[in-house]
Write a protein of this length. Structure first.
Length: 332
C-alpha cells in the first residue's frame, strides 16, 4: 500500500461570516505519487448561497501541499495561506501567520488544516478557533489530521479517521472512504431534520503535473435543503463511475526494484524497463483510474513510447506465474 505523507480532516467553511459555520473535510498529500487531495461535506445549501463550485474550501498546490480554509470562511484568508505556501513556509509557519494576520482580526472563528512536503518529509498543522461552534475538535496523527465543528460528536471524526486508515486504493479512494466515515444522519447537526449528513460533498485530487486550479480529478454533488437526499451516497455513485478503487492489483509493491529497473521516471516521451531476472513477464500499463492503456509482453528489456498519453500518474504492472509487481510512473 502506498505510504501517505499527510492527511488533514477539517471543519468546513461558512457562507455568511455573521452566522454560518461548517462541518468536516479532508486534505491529503501522497508521498509516493505526489498527489494532493481534498474532500469535504457540509450542511450548507449552495443553491441558495449562489456559489458556482462545490469544492472552494480546499486549495491544492500540485506536488507541494494542500490547504483547507473554513469556519466563517473568507476567501482572502485562503489566498493568504496559498501565498505563504508558495513562499516555501511550513504548515506551522503558515498557521501562525494566519492567526496573527486574520483579515477580520478574528482567528478564533476559523479552522485551518495544512499539509505539505517539506524537504521530502511530511509536515502538518491545524487550527481550531475557540469560537467555532460545538461540537468542535481535531485529531492529528503521524500523517493525517482530522478536524470539524457543528458535529454530532467526536464519533464523526473518529469514524472518518478509521475509514481513511483502513481504506484500500489510492489517495482518491482514501478520501472518499473518509467521507463515508461521516455518512450518518446529523453528522453536521444542522442536517438532522433533513435526514442526511450534509447538503453537499466533493472529492478532488491534483496530480504533480496538473495546473494550479485545475485538478485532474474532481467530482462533487450539491443537494437542496429538505430534499432528503444524502450527498455522500450520491457522490459515491459519481465517484465509482469516474474512479476504480476495486483494482487492488494496482497497489504499488515494494519489491519492484528487486526485479526491474525503470527509467527515466518521470518521463514525457519514452521509458525503458530492464529485467534483473531471465523470466518472461506480461506487461500492463494502467492509468490512475485503473483503465488499461497498454498490454504487451516482456523479456529482458522493453522500450515503451508513452508520448501519446496525457500527463499524470500511471502504473506499470509486471506479472507471470511466479509473481506480480507494480510500479507507479509519472508521465509529464
Amino acid at each position: 500500500m502506498k505510504k501517505l505523507i499527510l492527511v488533514s480532516i477539517l471543519a468546513i467553511f461558512a457562507i455568511q461570516p455573521a452566522n454560518s459555520q461548517d462541518t468536516f473535510s479532508i486534505v491529503a498529500v501522497d508521498s509516493i505519487t505526489g498527489e494532493v487531495g481534498s474532500a469535504g461535506a457540509s450542511c450548507v445549501d449552495l443553491f441558495q448561497a449562489g456559489l458556482s463550485n462545490d469544492d472552494f474550501l480546499g486549495q491544492l498546490i500540485p506536488n507541494v501541499g494542500a490547504i483547507n480554509t473554513q469556519a466563517y470562511y473568507i476567501p482572502a484568508n485562503q489566498t493568504n495561506a496559498t501565498n505563504r505556501m508558495n513562499l516555501g513556509e511550513t504548515p506551522s509557519q503558515i498557521i501562525s501567520w494566519l492567526v496573527a494576520n486574520d483579515v477580520q482580526s478574528q482567528p478564533q472563528r476559523r479552522q485551518y488544516g495544512i499539509a505539505a512536503i517539506i524537504n521530502g518529509s511530511p509536515e502538518t498543522a491545524a487550527h481550531t478557533g475557540s469560537s467555532t461552534d460545538n461540537y468542535k475538535n481535531h485529531i492529528i496523527g503521524p500523517y493525517y489530521s482530522i478536524q470539524g465543528n457543528i458535529l454530532l460528536g467526536q464519533e464523526v471524526l473518529d469514524s472518518m479517521e478509521s475509514r481513511f486508515l483502513n481504506a484500500s486504493g489510492d489517495l482518491a479512494c482514501k478520501l472518499m472512504a473518509a467521507l463515508q466515515g461521516a455518512n450518518m444522519v446529523g453528522a453536521d447537526t444542522r442536517c438532522s431534520s433533513n435526514g442526511t449528513s450534509s447538503l453537499f460533498a466533493f472529492v478532488k485530487v491534483a496530480q504533480p503535473a496538473d495546473v494550479f486550479g485545475k485538478p485532474s480529478f474532481n467530482v462533487s454533488v450539491r443537494t437542496a435543503n429538505n430534499s432528503g437526499v444524502e450527498p455522500i451516497d450520491s457522490l459515491q455513485t459519481k465517484f465509482d463511475l469516474a474512479h476504480n478503487c476495486d483494482n487492488l492489483s494496482l497497489t504499488v509493491t515494494e519489491d519492484f526494484q528487486k526485479f526491474f529497473s525503470i527509467y527515466p521516471n518521470p518521463s514525457s516521451d519514452a521509458i525503458t524497463i530492464e529485467s534483473k531476472t531471465e523470466k518472461f513477464y506480461d506487461l500492463f500499463l494502467f492509468d490512475i483510474a485503473g483503465k488499461l492503456m497498454l498490454q504487451d509482453s516482456f523479456d529482458k528489456t522493453k522500450n515503451l513510447n508513452i508520448s501519446q498519453y496525457k500527463g499524470g500518474t500511471y502504473f506499470i504492472k509486471m506479472t507471470n506465474v511466479n509473481r506480480t509487481v507494480v510500479k507507479q510512473i509519472i508521465i509529464e
